[in-house]
Design a protein around this ligand. Structure first.
Ligand code: FES
Length: 105
């Protein structure tokens, strides 16, 4: 597992992006659970966000790709609208221990 950030650095309901060499990932925290995904849209393989640390749609309920607007369920990464309907973001295993978030790349 690779250290991602302190749990306090990912407040409830927020998303945050990270770079590991050439690998882009992001994490979100919802209802106390931390989720992490590769930052790569299943449609064209581009990064989802166009603003730093912003991966949610306007009402904050779903993850959104900024390029063509695909929407994804935050907890599963499943695309529920847009050109990659039915495909999934690549989920990463996460671990929260002693106030630190780690992920498996
Ligand atoms: S690149 Fe994400 S919806 Fe097209």
């Amino acid at each position: 597992m690779i250290f991602l950030c302190a749990l306090d650095a990912l407040p409830e309901g927020e998303t945050r992006g990270f770079e590991f060499d050439d690998i882009s990932v992001f994490a979100l925290r919802r209802n106390g659970v931390v989720y992490a995904y590769r930052n790569s849209c299943p449609h064209l393989g581009v990064e989802l966000n166009w603003r730093e640390d912003e991966f949610l749609d306007a009402d904050g309920g779903l993850l959104q790709c900024a390029t063509h607007g695909a929407l994804f369920i935050a907890e599963t990464g499943e695309c529920v609208a847009g050109p990659c309907l039915g495909k999934h973001l690549q989920a990463l295993a996460t671990q929260v221990e002693h106030g630190a978030i780690s992920i498996q790349l």
